[in-house]
Design a protein. Sequence first.
Length: 258
Amino acid sequence: MRSRAPTDSGSVTARALRVLEAFAPDRSVLRLAEISRHTGLPLTTTHRLVKELTGWGALEREADGGYRIGLRLWEIASLAPRGLGLREAALPYLSDLAHITRENVQLAVREELSVVYVERLAGRDAVRVLTRVGGRFDLAPTGVGLVLLAHAPREVQERVLAQPFARHTEKTLCAPDEVRRALAEVRRTGIAISDRQVTMDAVSVAAPVCGPDNTAVAAVSVVAHADAVNPHALVPLVQVAARGISRSLGARLKPSVA
């Protein structure tokens, strides 16, 4: 977490955003003093901003005095075209894929140098995953991330490759040359297989989702138990779902070759 000096500098908007940034999956409810500590803002400033954000609906106050993110923010965020519109187009295909495989099915987009998950459907006995809807993750180790990075502008690829790679498991690709080869393979085959790169019990199979200009705008994946499935058997299922979503978004795809 970035450390912040205790200062009241910055615009009102910037300070309000710092208040919202204080919340995270592992601290979804915060008291006023905790928000002040996480933001580095004086308590009086924090109190004023929290009061205004609560009045607007960006925050909600709990009975015990804590605060959490308000429903109004979800309403606004749902208007993002890469969120709601993409999700609505994809849901029928994601539901079919989840029903057939009984595994985790995910839909994701790239935001700068991260994966952002737009939707996730979990099977009853599916393998545990570290992702959540609206959450971010590294691009390189995930199936959807490999797809999105392989089809990203060269400048984005180079920025990712220039950064240190987090090693999630002993199988995580951390050498730039290894990642480059993996991206080339994704472009060659049209599919990404991430084998136990995030957790040692999961394998991910992902394919690109294309928009009206036939460029990759998202990626869909199935995440399954690494020891229970042959990932190559999942490839045609994921590809069919990805192509169906792409057509719903207006992509003009060439017929698949049998």
